[in-house]
Every structure is written in structure tokens, then in C-alpha cells.
Ligand binder design. Structure first.
Ligand code: ZN
Ligand code: ZN
Ligand code: ZN
Length: 340
């Protein structure tokens, strides 16, 4: 695997020829606590319910990035290339194989979120890494990799393209107005209310004004904060409302589709300063962490995948209205109930 930079869009891609051999299916789940073949454990969160632990980070069994060595960034003619140096871990969300995030208790989800924060902080201590991504691909349409409830974390020697766009836009907005663009959006959305799904404590779930896909949903803290991991450790229980809102929002999304991508956008590694990306002087004030949930609807998948312009046949006002009415609680019968 190697990283190549597109000289036109300036985005890095990871590429390599994978051998055709299929990964051998194992007769057991390697992420379950009782697995006979335990993965290499990086960090474990204490149990809050049952099982030996509540959530834990393990080395990805088939990593795209490798943690050893120097990226060796160099030029090949006009192109840029570097080795796929990075960290690639699986974040096991729950010890139980059949307990997805939207079924878990708020305390369990909180433990998982604290694990995310701890891993982000730890990986940012490695000065080679400019950015740490946490994401979840749920459902066959989203390219889900494992049956066990898991997310993944990747630390990279570059800032991914979409985050870079956000950082540049946030910095520009701040340079003109001395205000955070996300805070400005929140003020306007809280007044209009028509794209708000739910407010819970210090957090809000809403549909963005210009969605990429039907039912795209963001969750943001209403109090300004650029770094997820700093919010997480700001006070005990800081993420409890966020855990509840995430669980309730995922249940709402699941009333529309079982497949979605979820990604956490937080500030890049500010310990890793470079001259080219001069966004560190105001970053604590101009950037604002958030979660983006991008649902995948079978029938609509084709209509936007290969288009240059995102096309969304449901406005975010209609999407928010439907999601507001959707069920938020999961019941043991295996379906989401409409009770509050
Ligand atoms: Zn399992
Ligand atoms: Zn803000
Ligand atoms: Zn974002």
C-alpha cells in the first residue's frame, strides 16, 4: 500500500494491488471476549454492565496502515508519494456480539466514546500523525467489515480531504467575522428549528442545510469546542447526554435505513505544525467538532454515487420532520419501538 497525492485536488489516496486471495472465514468471532484467537489489545475500558470489559481498542487484523517507520515522503517527477505509515485499530464498541450501539445503555455508549477520546489523544501524542479519524461503516451497503459491533480508528500523516475543506472554510469565516462558523450555524438553526431533530443537554442533532444524501444528520456540541477528546475529559459525565443522543439518533436513522456511514470530525493534531497548513493560530476558536451520519438508501444509492453534484430527493426540512417523529428506543423484540 502507498499514498499518492492528486496534484489537481491535492487529496491523498491510498492504493496498492491486493492479492486476489480471499480472507479465510474463521468459525469464531475474533472480537468476542471468549474468542480462542485474541487480537492484540491496545486499550480496555472497565465493564459497566456485564462481560470482562465494556469497550476496547485492538490492532486491526488486516491493517491498511502500518505504525512502524517513517513515511518517507518524496517527489516522483511532479507527483508526491509516501509510505502508508499510520495506525489502524478496531474499536470494539461492546463485549457482546449482538449488542449494537443503538441497543446499548447510555453508560455503555459513554464508555465507548471515552475509549475513542483516549485513543485519539494517545495517537495525537505521536508527532508523525497529523490527523486521527474515527468512523463506522454499518450495513452491507456501507461496506461493513465485521459482524461484531465495531468502529475503526485511523491515524494518518495527512489531513483527509473533507476535513481539510472544513478547516479552510472555518478559518476563513473566522478571519472575516471572528466567530466560529459552526456556532453561527447552530444559532441560526436553533432559531429556525425546522432542521433540528433533537436537543439533549449540551448537544444537538440536526439535518444540514445542504445535505449530500437523504437524511444526512449531524450531531454537534452547542458549547464551542474544537477537540472531541477535550470535551470528553472536560468534566465527569461530559458525554452522557451525547451518548443518549447518539443512541436515539441512530434508532431514528434506522427507521429509514439499516446502512450508514458515521464519522467523527475533530481538530487535527495541533502538536504537528507545518508551515503549509497555517491553521493553528485560531484553530481552537474556529473549528468545532461534530459527528456526521451519512445514511445509505438502496433505491437512491445510484442516483448520487457517480454524479459530480450531490442530488438529494428529500430536503433536510422534510428529513428532519420525519426523523423527529421516528422511534428512538430499541426493544428486545428486535425492532425499534415508537414509545418515547
Ligand atoms: Zn463477536
Ligand atoms: Zn463553534
Ligand atoms: Zn464534518
Amino acid at each position: 500500500m502507498e499514498l499518492r497525492k492528486d496534484p489537481i485536488t491535492r487529496s491523498w489516496v491510498i492504493t496498492g494491488d491486493l492479492p486476489d486471495t480471499q480472507r479465510q472465514a474463521e468459525p469464531f468471532c475474533k472480537f468476542c471476549p471468549e474468542s480462542p484467537k485474541q487480537p492484540q489489545v491496545i486499550s480496555t475500558m472497565a465493564s459497566v454492565n456485564y462481560g470482562p470489559w465494556s469497550a476496547r481498542a485492538v490492532v486491526h487484523p488486516d491493517p491498511l496502515y502500518h505504525v512502524e517507520g517513517d513515511p518517507g515522503r518524496r517527489g516522483v517527477g511532479l507527483y508526491d508519494i509516501m509510505r502508508a505509515v499510520g495506525a489502524h485499530e478496531v474499536l470494539v464498541e461492546n463485549a457482546r456480539h449482538d449488542r449494537q450501539l443503538w441497543m446499548a445503555t447510555d453508560a455503555e455508549i459513554e464508555q465507548f466514546l471515552l475509549l475513542c477520546a483516549a485513543r485519539i489523544q494517545d495517537l495525537k501524542n505521536d508527532h508523525r500523525f497529523k490527523y486521527v479519524s474515527v468512523f463506522k461503516d454499518q450495513g452491507a451497503l456501507a461496506g461493513q467489515e465485521f459482524d461484531h459491533p465495531t468502529s475503526q480508528i485511523v491515524a494518518t500523516t495527512f489531513v483527509p480531504r473533507r476535513v481539510l475543506y472544513e478547516l479552510r472554510a472555518a478559518r476563513e469565516h473566522y478571519a472575516h467575522k471572528e466567530r466560529c462558523v459552526f456556532c453561527d450555524i447552530l444559532v441560526q438553526e436553533m432559531q429556525a428549528r425546522d432542521r433540528i431533530i433533537e436537543v439533549r443537554g449540551d448537544f444537538v442533532a440536526c439535518c444540514p442545510y445542504a445535505p449530500r444524501v437523504p437524511y444526512e444528520t449531524w450531531i454537534l456540541p452547542t458549547t464551542h469546542s474544537a477537540h472531541f477528546e477535550r470535551t470528553a475529559t472536560s468534566k465527569p459525565g461530559a458525554l452522557r447526554d451525547f451518548a443518549a443522543l447518539l443512541r436515539r439518533t441512530l434508532n431514528r436513522i434506522r427507521s429509514v435505513t439499516e446502512s450508514f456511514h458515521l464519522v467523527l470530525h475533530t481538530a487535527p493534531n495541533t502538536m504537528r505544525k507545518t508551515k503549509i497548513l497555517n491553521y493553528w493560530r485560531t484553530i481552537d476558536d474556529d473549528y468545532h467538532w461534530h459527528i456526521e451520519i451519512v445514511p445509505i438508501l438502496t433505491s437512491k444509492a445510484k442516483s448520487y454515487t457517480f454524479k459530480e453534484v450531490y442530488y438529494t430527493p428529500v430536503t433536510s426540512e422534510s428529513a428532519a420532520a420525519r426523523l423527529r417523529e421516528a422511534p428512538t428506543e430499541y426493544n428486545s423484540l428486535g425492532s425499534t419501538t415508537w414509545a418515547r
